[in-house]
Ligand binder design. Structure first.
Ligand code: ADP
Ligand code: MG
Ligand code: MG
Length: 250
């Protein structure tokens, strides 16, 4: 599904990603962990086409296409979804209108007719239930005045609406209390299929108690320095990152 080869990316001339290699197959859940400032959010930004970052080397293939050639909106239409570490507020744009445009633009890209008003409302109702998102919130402007937990739940709601092939969740767990964490994790688990993949970026093992990763990577100073099974997350929780720094000779 996703093949990243020797990916290098910079911002303002400063290299942040220094040769990322990563392969994600259909149905897999990958966790990316690593100390602050390692480049985790940069990797997710580069994958969705944030124009602030410049790719200087390497390639990214998604579903057989050269991802780096596609505009951000087309990457989304092709089935990539990013849940932001810091969701933005969009005053004046209601969640309902925002989602209607997003869903119908995606349908247009796939040569499908727009949903009728009642089809759309039925879909909203169905998907809201997955993350127990209140009706009142979807009638408000996107994220405006939402609590931290509501914003994160709203991200998973948007994911549910768009049914992506590859979801990248950037620290969706940070700032969530245990109940909100469970709702978000349940939501992600309900949306899992044997065809869909997920990249979970997280600092904490606790999210991985709820969403079981197949593979765990450590990203450090712009490179994936270690890859192992789910036991790696437990080890990091216990021992921190210093032993990994030692392993790579720091
Ligand atoms: P992580 O998500 O792993 O905590 P980031 O990808 O956010 O790390 O950041 C990686 C590095 O890139 C950090 O040194 C950060 O300061 C730098 N960086 C990220 N965004 C910007 C930006 N907009 N301008 C300058 N430097 C940035
Ligand atoms: Mg960070
Ligand atoms: Mg980050």
């Amino acid at each position: 599904m996703l093949k990243i080869k020797d990916l290098h990316a910079s911002i303002n001339g400063k290299e942040i990603l220094k040769g990322i290699n990563l392969e994600v197959k259909p149905g897999e859940v990958h966790a990316i962990m690593g100390p602050n400032g390692s480049g985790k959010s940069t990797l997710s930004s580069v994958l969705v086409g944030n124009p602030n970052f410049e790719v200087t080397k390497g390639s990214v293939e998604f579903m057989g296409k050269n991802l780096l050639d596609l505009a951000p909106e087309d990457r989304s239409h092709e089935g990539i979804f990013l849940s932001f570490q810091y969701p933005v507020e969009i005053p004046g744009v209601s969640m309902v209108n925002f989602m209607r445009s997003a869903v119908n633009e995606q349908r247009k890209y796939r040569n499908l007719p727009p949903l009728t008003a009642s089809e759309f409302l039925k879909l909203m109702r169905e998907k809201r239930a997955i993350v127990e998102l209140d009706n009142k919130l979807t009638n408000r402007s996107v994220n405006e005045g939402f609590s931290g937990g509501e914003k994160k739940r709203n991200e998973i709601f948007q994911m549910a609406m768009l049914e992506p092939k590859l979801s990248i969740l950037d620290e969706t767990d940070s700032g969530l209390d245990i109940d909100a964490l469970r709702i978000v994790a349940d939501g992600v688990n309900k949306l899992k299929t044997p065809e869909n993949s997920c990249i979970l970026i997280t600092h904490y093992q606790r999210l991985l108690d709820y969403i079981k990763p197949d593979i765990v990577h450590v990203l450090y100073k712009g490179q994936i320095v270690k890859t192992a099974g789910p036991e790696l997350a437990l080890e990091l929780e216990e021992r921190g990152y210093d032993w990994i720094k030692k392993e790579i000779g720091e």
